[in-house]
Design a protein around this ligand. Structure first.
Ligand SMILES: [Zn+2]
Length: 293
């Protein structure tokens, strides 16, 4: 018995440490099952087994909501992109600290960009520009909903341009995009190649080139925020995915929704859970694939 428990504990530790386990519903289901066995061996009743659930009933409810509406708005965060292999730098802070002298929040700030531009770009090129990334099922499902005349807008906190790569047209990028860059002096647009070509990219006019992404210490684009608020307040259905809604002011946008079809597809709990009408606690890619594709 003691040997079984020790082996079980080692397995749980191993699974929990496995890379990406937080975004993989199957692994989490496995982990939950192991924890249930452990609880049973300890003489306790098993945990709720949330990750063992198939969510089929909820996916059917989502299908119906989608079928009945032509005014859906999607609001997404980092979790939408992690399934394409883009790390959420907020959750892997420790990893970067081993390599860089500052945490990502400091490096990706406006003052750091001005004062230590070369170091900013070293981090930016290494961690923010990821080669060969492709849209996943979530991006494709949302592009299809827009093409089918059901979805009015994608509002995203991501800066990777994957929604457009999947074919989405109306994408409100609250935090900007790595695909756009401009000269801080003459405002001329520059391609990503300019950013990749030199340690500190400059324009022909001599001005410093800056990515069109919202850095820490910078304000979000106010007219874009207003547009997002308008879409959400007029929406029949709002689907939130891959975000813990912890980043303000973007997260405050959800308060503009007054309807009764607020759908949340998220792997973890959020402070908004009580307001949600339909909760699907699984991977956003898998849920949208089942409901849409
Ligand atoms: Zn210039």
């Amino acid at each position: 018995m003691k040997g079984i428990k020790r082996e079980l504990n080692n397995t749980i530790k191993h699974v929990a440490q496995r890379e990406n386990f937080a975004t993989d519903a199957y692994t989490l289901g496995y982990l939950q099952a192991l924890l249930d066995v452990k609880a049973a061996l300890d003489g306790k009743s098993p945990a709720a087994g949330m990750w063992m659930k198939s969510w089929d009933k909820e996916i059917s409810a989502l299908k119906k909501i989608i079928n009945d509406s032509d005014n859906i708005v999607f609001f997404g965060g980092a979790g939408v992109s992690t399934e394409s292999g883009i790390p959420d730098f907020r959750s892997v802070d420790g990893l970067y600290n081993q390599e860089y002298d500052y945490p990502p929040e400091v490096i990706l700030s406006s003052s750091f960009f001005r004062e230590k531009t070369a170091e900013f770009y070293k981090f930016y090129r290494n961690k923010m520009i990821i080669d060969g990334i492709k849209p996943n099922k979530a991006h494709h499902a949302l592009a299809k909903l827009e093409a089918d005349g059901k979805l009015r807008a994608v509002i995203t906190q991501n800066i990777d341009g994957l929604h457009q790569a999947a074919g989405s047209k109306n994408v409100l990028e609250l935090h900007g995009s790595v695909a756009r860059n401009f000269c801080t002096v003459c405002r001329k647009p520059h391609s990503l190649d300019t950013i990749l070509a030199s340690k500190v990219p400059h324009c022909e006019c001599g001005g410093l080139v800056k990515p069109d992404v919202v850095l820490y210490e910078e304000r979000l684009n106010q007219s874009l925020l207003q547009q997002a608020a308008d879409y959400i307040s007029r929406a029949d259905v709002v689907i939130i995915g891959g975000t813990s809604l912890s980043v303000y002011p973007a997260a405050g946008l959800i308060y503009y929704y007054t309807g009764d079809k607020l759908v949340m597809i998220n792997n973890s709990e959020t402070t908004f859970d009580e307001r949600v009408n339909l909760m699907i606690r699984t991977s956003i890619g898998k849920a949208l694939e089942k409901a849409v594709l």
